[in-house]
Design a protein around this ligand. Structure first.
Ligand code: CMC
Length: 436
């Protein structure tokens, strides 16, 4: 018998089954043969929140959470952050290899020429309430692009797919900038094709009456590094949403909007905004011990701490800490950094956090940089969504081209009633108030 197998004995029937083991997994469908009798449906696994279930094979992003390793297509994140631009990394994430000089030039030109939004999209965004949350505006507007590009539903056509992918990567900063300007009541700034991806984004955000906006190169580089760090993160909540919604063959705009909606939650990409709120609530270094005590007593979570996969320092947080120093040389030190550093110091020495392997994650320091650069906290998750778009799209492509993938559809363990006798309206008893 091959060593790469698992033998299971079903104590209900005393029967044994041998299942193949591949890449450290057994196939859940192999369990279906394990039955107590011909009427039995067969064994399933029960895994709420996918704690131990691989839903796909992937060769995009590798994480070793115990060792704090993150690689895109085999390249360590620290190396990419040091040597590449975001668009170079986007190419890598999407196509599997780093571009040559010529390929990069072509790629940058193509993305640059898709940055404009249709005027109806601009008008659509003008309809949002003055204080609409920019992340909600982004989600809705990305979905609305589906109305501008109806041909996007031809998802089986690779050329068409690639066209929409380029549009999405290019238009995300334009949508984000418009959402920001809308919240300030400022007019929309059209893209400037002379500028790099981060510089153009900064131009659309902050240009006022000057004829040509010139971004501070240190800040533009820091933004590009932050984009690199956020480009993909394997099967997280929003990537899984992207794959699941995409598996129904919805178009890429609607699918990306769904992924962005998943990202907006405070336990996922929304955490960066929550970290700033938390630091504001703490107020000063002296209040950190009391705040940590409150968390340990079960009153809330330390936002920007903990991760489903990392049980070590998040490698992205290390790069962000380094980038923060460069940014503060330009903007001056954000006083929140001292509170954050103290919070990290106390938490990392505390038995509660040590035992649960809770370390700072990517969201812990990113908001502090964003704030120093002039962004309001409501924009932080939008800044996460811009670069993550390429990760979502790479995951979507991989899912669509994988012959093993089908429409995503988990099973359930039924805990409800057996068949019930119907009672006409007048004969029913009141439902207990607690059940309503
Ligand atoms: N503060 C305090 N306790 C925590 C925290 C935290 N941030 N995170 C986890 N724990 C505790 C949790 O209460 C549990 O304790 P116990 O075993 O006593 O019940 C234990 O640690 C294990 O936590 P879990 O909730 O089972 O872990 P999870 O893998 O389901 O959740 C997480 C991961 C990221 C949702 C969670 O750590 C969290 O809510 N963190 C704060 C929000 C945050 O920073 N999110 C950003 C994640 S990284 C970027 C991204 O995904 O966008």
């Amino acid at each position: 018998m091959s060593k790469e197998t698992l033998t299971i004995t079903d104590n209900r029937t005393s029967q044994s089954y041998t299942l193949p083991v591949e890449h450290g997994t057994i196939r859940a469908m192999d369990l279906r043969q394990i039955k107590t009798g011909p009427d039995d449906f067969g064994l399933m696994t029960y895994d709420p929140a996918f704690m131990n279930t691989a839903s796909c094979r992937s060769n995009i992003t590798f994480i070793d959470g115990d060792r704090g390793i993150l690689r895109y297509r085999g390249y360590p994140i620290e190396v990419l952050a040091e040597h590449c631009t975001y668009l170079e990394v986007a190419y890598l994430v999407l196509f599997g290899d780093l571009p040559t000089e010529h390929e990069l030039k072509e790629w940058v030109t193509e993305i640059t020429h898709h940055t404009m939004l249709h005027e109806t999209t601009k008008k659509f965004m003008e309809g949002f309430r003055y204080n609409a949350h920019p992340m909600a505006m982004l989600v809705s507007t990305v979905a609305a692009l589906s109305t501008v590009y109806p041909e996007a539903k031809e998802i089986q056509d690779p050329a068409n797919r690639m066209h929409q992918i380029k549009r999405l990567i290019a238009k995300m900063p334009s949508i984000a900038a418009l959402a920001y300007r809308h919240s300030l009541g400022f007019p929309y700034v059209y893209p400037d094709n002379d500028l790099s991806y981060p510089e153009n984004f900064m131009n659309m955000l902050w240009k006022m009456v000057e004829p040509k906006y010139v971004a501070n190169p240190v800040l533009a580089r820091a933004l590009d590094i932050l984009f690199i760090l956020h480009a993909d993160h394997e099967q997280n909540c929003s990537a899984n949403t992207m794959r699941c919604v995409g598996s129904s063959h919805a178009d890429p705009y609607l699918t990306t909007a769904a992924a962005a909606a998943a990202l907006s939650g405070p336990l996922h990409g929304g955490a960066n905004e929550e970290v700033l709120k938390m630091l504001d609530e703490i107020g000063s270094k002296q209040n950190v011990p009391a705040y940590v005590k409150k968390i340990k007593e079960g009153h809330g979570k330390l936002m920007g701490f903990g991760h489903r996969v990392y049980k070590n320092y998040d490698p992205r947080a290390k790069v962000i800490k380094w980038a923060a120093e460069r940014v503060f040389e330009v903007t001056g030190r954000n006083p929140k950094l001292d509170i954050a550093l103290e919070l990290e110091r106390i938490a990392l020495e505390d038995e509660y956090f040590i035992k649960r392997k809770l370390y700072p994650n990517v969201d812990f320091y990113s908001g502090i940089i964003y704030q120093a650069m002039g962004f309001r906290p409501e924009m932080f998750t939008v800044l996460f969504a811009i670069p993550r778009t390429v990760g979502w799209l790479a995951q979507w492509q991989e899912m669509l081209t994988d012959p093993e993938q089908k429409i995503g559809r988990p099973r359930q363990v039924w805990t409800g009633h057996e068949v019930r006798q119907f009672v006409p309206l007048k004969g029913r008893s009141p439902v207990a108030a607690t059940a309503r």
